[in-house]
Design a protein around this ligand. Sequence first.
Ligand SMILES: C[S@@+](CC[C@H](N)C(=O)[O-])C[C@H]1O[C@@H](n2cnc3c(N)ncnc32)[C@H](O)[C@@H]1O
Length: 847
Amino acid sequence: MKYANIREEEIKIKVRDDFFSEYDYKILGNIDFCITPKNKNPKQTQLFDDINLLWAEAKTGDYDVISMFAQLILTIGKARTFDKTLPPAFLGAFDGKKIAFIPYNAVLDIFSLNDFNWNVTSSNQNTKEFSIIRERVQKSLDKNDYLYDFLKDEKELKFFIKNNLAKATEAGKILINKNNFVPIYLRWVEQVKPYIDFNWEDGKKQNILDNSFFLADLFVDDKGTPVIEDDTPISENLFVVFRNGHYEIAKENLKSLFNATIPFKDKKPYEQFWKKYKRPPLEEFQNYILERKDLLVPQDIRERKGAYFTPRIWVELSQKYIADVLGEDWQDEYYVWDCAAGTGNLLAGLTNKYHIFASTLDQSDVNAMHERIENGALLLHDYVFQFDFLNDEFLPKSKGGKLPDDLYNIITDEEKRKKLVIYINPPYAEHGNRSVFAGEGEEHKSSVATKSKVYSDFNKIVGTAVRELYAQFFLRVYKEIPNSILCSFSTLKFVNSPNFSLFREYFRVRFNKGFVCKANSFDNVKGKFPIGFLIWNLDNKEIINSVSVDVYEDNANYIQSKNFFVIEKNKYFINWFRPYIDRKELELGSLHIHSNDIQQQNVISITSTPTKSDILQKTFSYITKNNLIEVSMYYAIRHCIEATWLNNRDQFLFPNEGWKTDLEFQNDCLAYTLFSNNIQSQFGTNHWIPFTELEVNARSKFESNFMTDFINGKVKIENQNVDLFSQQETLSEFETLKGLSTRLQFSEEAKLVFDAGKNLWKYYHTQEFPSFRGVDSNAVGRRGVYNVNASLYDIREHFQGRNEKGKMKNKSDDETYMKLIAELRTALKILAKKIEPKVYEYGFLKE
Ligand SMILES: C[S@@+](CC[C@H](N)C(=O)[O-])C[C@H]1O[C@@H](n2cnc3c(N)ncnc32)[C@H](O)[C@@H]1O
């Protein structure tokens, strides 16, 4: 067996390196082995046309191929991954010995099976669903024998990957329909048009515009052969055709004015582009597309200084989501009002100008939109108007107001209102500052945001939430345009922030569908947090409890789905920890307590004493023998999960009871904390040495052996926290539970951390120190002095030294030390990975 006795994660890495090194690799939701072509230009935007070559399931050892495929297919069907990104050419399954492939098309129809329960656990082989899929896979495998032993069939496998997999990229293409042909055209203008060798000015004089070339491109088959029959409406409507690899003017009377053939300056961009879309468009849309050739006009996006734009990829994706919820014909069936339109970017790509209203605060933005209309933007002059949504009254123009009468009639008609989509990317920061998203948790300078009419209308009803400008937009829509559909970009605060609890009481709506993307993919936004696009039905009055959204990364690549939760009052992590807080007397050290979400993890620290501000603001707890375990849990839980843009606003929660009896988990947290705190012996006795003098060859006795005594069960903790446990539990049960009368048992992962830590301590105690006590001339601190009581921090300081500004340097010249500290960090990472799933299991975080 090629990959024997190694873990699944390592097999994946080895298979990737040995066979797929020429491709990109990623994890896609629950599909943990996904191969895509190498993206040579990561900046290029790829809206839901990310090309996938392979989605595969991996196992260790010699596993049953069919079961692996069945599990993979259940995973895909459950997440409906194919709705969010292009499916691959092949599905795969591999273990330590072999790899097998099935063409995706061979199992495609499984995903549309009626009455199929996709919610079964994909790894459970005993379900009816698992058997159905097994059977289907079996059939496909019988027909297509793509099974390779990594050792015996290495050559054939490499040949297969090179010739079948890589070349099959065209298998999953986007179908062109009436909702996406305009965005596809806009992208074509950017990516293909510049490479056509044509004099556009000459063309314009004869009304031959770029859209003629785009249509010529559309009406060919995959091989580039025209699919138009003579004397059909299609052929009559095409001014340009694509034939024999180049363009030709199709209109007889114009032929003489142009060259007989119009070639490419470079044909590659064209070829690349059309790999992503299936041509010609679906038959039922062909005539529509030709009739609406007028929609194919270049987007005139003029970036105005300071103006804030929704990036094109998110505009397109948001429109796809609306179409998913409201149906393919939504633009004809619904009206759209963007009441924070700016210069109208969000409306780009929409096609039915008779159904679109756009209003915004600044007259200059309205003027810009009017100018754009003259240049072909798909908006109606009279439906674009100045309107301060947070102050102006809903009054029709005919009665001296600002609203177009048509819009007023919709707003005031209960039935028509149900067909009104409020489609916005509202301002986020305080009024007047449109370029910045409000940092979450940040209090706004209340000045302008608190001056609006909506603010005074709602401030008593929804409390502090009303300071958010976007919340003000939501509130007015909710109250004055009831039953409409709200499709809006915003932060997720109104779902998961405690400050929005009154808001959520009031704002009762049904969530339909949505996605999140990185806030800093928007212009001028620096913060690393998620921005959502969520679709709400205001017709259904429901309390928001949670929302499940799709997550997209930079190039609109779907990566996974994620839940955002509303958290009940008093159910935060800090509510759990509060009873363990001790502010009576300094004993072992101090824990800095701060906030409740992942983003602030770096400020959670353990030091020898609290800071002045900690004492003033009561943001600390002394660490004592009685709360050491809970403090370690607080510390390790807050640190073990890396903060990312997606999770960093996730709130830690009041856990379930599971942790109480899980001594291994508690001790893992202790081990993690012992080897990552900032205790310094200069500020008092160091009680945090997790080894005996003998174990680390110390040159004299330690001042304190508290930690080894504690680990050995020699420290008796007092019963102060017993009442925190359920009433049935007696003190002795509690003590047994905590294992305090016996030596603490550590997991293998924790032991590795102890071993790595011990090597570091030992190495410190072997160092030669100058015979005098004094300060190293190169650094501030006590580097030159042997300190038998050295803490982890002291040891780091000894080897790394400090710079002129007094800050500890990142590295040391001592290679052995660098190796030892790196080993400790790796061991800590492994331990953190072990703690992480328990954090979710015990409800300290929700997934
Ligand atoms: C985040 S920008 C979105 C612009 C554009 N719709 C887009 O998606 O690119 C928000 C817009 O709302 C406008 N705005 C701010 N306060 C407003 C108000 N009270 N009434 C109407 N529009 C407002 C700002 O001028 C800004 O153009």
